[in-house]
Ligand binder design. Sequence first.
Ligand SMILES: [Ca+2]
Length: 217
Amino acid sequence: MTSPNNESPPVAAALSDVSDVPLAASPPAASTAGRTPSRVVSRQVVVGIALFAAVVGAAGGFFAKPAPPQETRFLNFDPESTPAEALVGGWSNFESDPGNGNTFAWCANQNCSLRLQVRPEGDIVIRARVSAFGFPDAPQQALSVFVNGTPVGTQPVVGEMKIATFKAPRAVWHAGPNDVRLNFVYAVSPKSKFPNAEDARTLAAALDWFELASPPP
Ligand SMILES: [Ca+2]
């Protein structure tokens, strides 16, 4: 598609072509009746071109400077507020706890990834409220976080919702979409561990929310 900017030179040329039209020499409005038809037409053409140029200029400005995308600073793992493009891979459906209404999603893989829009202005603290899928004799579950491929820490994850915190320095972020990967020690299906379970998803941990926060002052 042709960029609107490519249309600017002809418009500019058209304006310069008509810049010699003697607008200042036109008779005052009170004596319009005395104008020759050709001069009236010229003025209409100039006004029309000026309007067209204004519209094209506005459109050019719009396309040249798109509004920056909104930052993805908080994911609640619910269908109402969580942007679908943020949950890239490994995630199961949004669910809610019937006891307290908390929304969450299982990371149903050893690796789950997020794509978050960020305009980093400094270090960022990653906080996640997370609970491990547990079963008898399970190994210690743990969450390792990688930002754009760089590890920023590992925290243990237990069988109840707890907040895990990771410090991600400014250097690992870039403006725009950032790849954040959550890596767990294991992902196991309830069906393989409990006799009456039918859930065949391989579950690592459930996330209630995920946040990018500013470090405390
Ligand atoms: Ca939630």
